[in-house]
Design a protein around this ligand. Structure first.
Ligand code: WTA
Length: 566
């Protein structure tokens, strides 16, 4: 497909090249109160400071199948003050970790800002995680408190996390738990704990190709990037009805479901419930969504619906659509032009980068299949395995030059993991491969490691393999991402089992349930193959690459390190 004309030349950013030429991060700082006061707290910048000028504007708009409930900036400010006071009484201090393990709800956002106000570090976790998934993450960063819901609290490994003192529950409470409703009895005034730009903001757990999930710690300064990308990439204006479909358990749900809109004084729509085409389209119609930030898998699922599903709803409010998390096929853009009468704008970034780094801007022509161009002030390049910059159309490591405000501050307690990203300092190595075409547009090529991207969610093979081998029938397991037309990749497991298999299908089902029940539904394999031995290096490391090559019928390439089983 050829280049598409710019979707909206009159967007906030205006001309891309001019924006790049004149851009200075120092200028962006002027939009924050801390630039004059010298005191930083992300909750103050995102919520409290708006109370004076637009306290009665809607900050949160929560919808479920039947109802709708809203919170103005003022209401959110007061409720999170109450929550902060509750935390203080519980002895939660600056830099303490507080997990948020909740379904999407207004309470989740109130807790999030309350935690920020006491200077503690929120660790939002997707509600699908089960006991072991929680234990891996809680055991890593030692939280003092968790905010949860009665439907999820059973999964919290209270006995095994020694630091965990307070369990705050929305809904029914039992002994040793604190009811969320207690905030009603707390004072609604609170002076935020003032911090520095480099102090912690939050932690998101994400997966690498080896080892357990890592805690990506962001600093308060991240909000500088959230603000500016919200303004220029999401193109947010005060009257927009903005819906980011990501859950706050993932980085998109916080950076762009919370910070970017609220920092810009724009409300954020929260939709409860699982994905169905009807539910999503109904949300757009009911909330008159103007700007919609979503993911390719969701769009591909919508594309797979019957032709007339979209036409049953009034989607005419939509003025701008973006996606993130996986490659966006040109086919999806073509379909969107037909059904939504507009293209989808692809954006590229990672948990570690904290903000969108490469994107298609409303004022820039889209090349379908390309992720777009670097954000002004961001330097991106393709470098080879020796750190040398590559030229036009050469595939290599997608790298970003250190110095953008939202870059992670550290990997929790694992300095060596952090350093692995900077082997070619000052370049941050993303782990993705890509190339730049003759017009300066970036194109995604693949992952360089074994990280799996299923429906836009990052899954580390190690975590799934570890869970599988806990099953009494499993001797060894290896997990790969297998290409899938809808989900990008699905998880496929190769397992060596003990004893005779009598009923393959039943055992497959049992293993899938075993991963779902222990770890998380999105981490469970969709396919399982029984195998006699796994390919390994001479030192005994499983070679997922070999299994993947075999699965896809590729040339096995250089396997000189290989030992038995190849
Ligand atoms: C992948 C999500 C292709 C990529 C915000 C990256 C993409 C990983 C795109 C980060 C895109 C993200 N096109 N691939 N537009 N955006 N990815 O940390 O492999 O959950 O490294 O952050 O998703 O996933 P994460």
């Amino acid at each position: 497909m050829d280049k598409l004309p710019a979707h909206n030349p009159d967007s906030n950013m205006g001309d891309y090249n001019a924006a790049c030429r004149d851009f200075r991060w120092e200028e962006v700082l002027k939009n924050f109160e801390f630039s004059s006061t010298g005191r930083v707290n992300a909750a103050h910048e995102a919520v409290d400071r708006h109370v004076k000028t637009m306290g009665d504007r809607i900050a949160l708009r929560f919808l479920d199948d039947e109802e709708e409930e809203t919170y103005t900036f003022q209401e959110l400010s007061l409720a999170s003050n109450r929550f902060a006071n509750l935390l203080l009484e519980l002895g939660v201090n600056k830099k303490d970790r507080v997990f948020i393990f909740m379904p999407r709800s207004l309470e989740l956002y109130i807790a999030f800002f309350g935690i920020l106000k006491v200077g503690a570090i929120p660790v939002p976790l997707f509600e699908a995680f089960m006991r072991e998934g929680l234990l891996d993450r809680m055991g890593d960063c030692d939280p003092v408190a968790v905010v949860t819901h009665e439907s999820l609290k059973e999964r919290i490994p209270r006995d095994e996390v020694e630091t965990l003192e307070s369990v705050i529950v929305v809904g029914g409470t039992e002994e040793n738990e604190i009811g969320f409703d207690e905030i009603k009895t707390k004072d609604s005034s609170f002076e935020p704990v003032w911090l520095d730009l480099d102090d912690p903001l939050l932690i998101h757990y994400t997966s690498g190709s080896t080892g357990k999930p890592k805690g990506v710690l962001h600093a308060q300064r991240a909000i500088i990037g959230h603000y500016q990308t919200g303004k220029w990439i999401l193109d947010l204006n005060k009257d927009d009805n903005y819906w980011c479909t990501a859950d706050p358990g993932w980085v998109t749900g916080t950076s762009y479901g919370i910070f970017a809109p609220l920092l810009n004084g724009v409300g954020t729509i929260i939709r409860q419930g699982r994905f169905t085409a009807e539910r999503w389209y109904e949300t757009i119609e009911r909330a008159k969504v103007t700007v919609w930030y979503t993911a390719p898998t969701a769009l591909r699922l919508l594309m797979g619906e019957k032709e007339d599903t979209a036409s049953k709803f009034d989607l005419s409010s939509l003025r701008y659509i973006l996606s993130v998390g996986e490659p966006l096929n040109p086919e999806v853009i073509r379909w969107a032009l037909k059904v939504y009468k507009q293209p989808i704008h692809d954006t590229w970034w990672m948990t570690e980068t904290g903000m969108i780094m490469i994107s298609n801007y409303p004022s820039m022509p889209i090349k379908p299949g390309s992720m777009g161009k670097p954000f002004p002030g961001v330097e991106a390049a393709i470098i080879d395995d020796n750190g040398k910059e590559l030229g036009v159309n050469e595939v290599g490591n997608l790298a970003l030059k250190k110095g953008w405000p939202s870059m992670m501050k550290e990997i929790w307690k694992r300095e060596e993991k952090f350093k692995e990203y900077f082997i070619f300092d000052p370049w941050f190595i993303s782990g993705d491969s890509a190339y730049i075409d003759e017009d300066g547009y970036f194109h995604f090529h693949g992952r360089v490691d074994d990280v799996i991207n299923t429906a836009g969610e990052r899954v580390g093979p190690f975590e799934v393999e570890s869970r599988l081998v806990e099953h009494p029938r499993i001797v060894e397991a290896a997990v790969i991402g297998k290409p899938d037309p809808v989900r990008g990749e699905i998880i496929k497991a190769f397992v060596v089992v003990r004893g005779v298999i009598e009923d393959r299908e039943a055992l497959c089902r049992e293993l899938i349930e075993f991963v779902k029940g222990g770890l998380a539904a999105h981490s469970a394999p969709r396919e399982i193959e029984f195998i006699d031995t796994l390919p390994k290096t001479r030192s005994g490391k499983i070679m997922q690459r070999v299994l993947k090559a075999r699965e896809l019928g590729y040339d096995l390439g250089d396997l000189s390190g290989a030992g038995e089983g190849v």
